[in-house]
Design a protein around this ligand. Sequence first.
Ligand SMILES: [Ca+2]
Ligand SMILES: [Ca+2]
Length: 167
Amino acid sequence: MLKIYSQKGHSTMLKYFAVLVLLVVVYTEVESKCPTVCGKGWKFSRITGMCYRLYTYRRTWRQSFYACRNVGAYLVRINNRREFNVVKTFARSFWVNGKRHCYKKRFTFGLSIFTYSRPYVYWARGEPNNKGGNEDCLQIVNRRNNDNRCNRKMYYVCEKAPKFPKY
Ligand SMILES: [Ca+2]
Ligand SMILES: [Ca+2]
């Protein structure tokens, strides 16, 4: 009796295993299509569900802002801590979306004075210090935020939504 039971258990296990293998195969098939949802040169993050690209040209903050627009994206908007943790690893130092608001003195997305949505920030020690009263743009350096002079030229990261194939 015990033997039959154990055989039964064994075949059930095999069935589960077969289903598992099938799932992995299907999943891998779907996964292998993922890179194309962002386009060549872009990275898809499974954590945020967004596409990112580090540009290793050095540009001012404003140039970076428009350069991202010109490729149908936007200067990376860091919406939460999870996204911060994904993006901070892309390079040692680069521009992100965030400019000191002329009224609020806080950092907001975009260039418009009517923009109030704010990025998630994780300031480095002693920042934002607005050195010389002239540091109005947001960067990531050494995996923390810093306010820096907007005309400094550095790398930048663009973000866009993925395009999923239509079924
Ligand atoms: Ca974002
Ligand atoms: Ca600073």
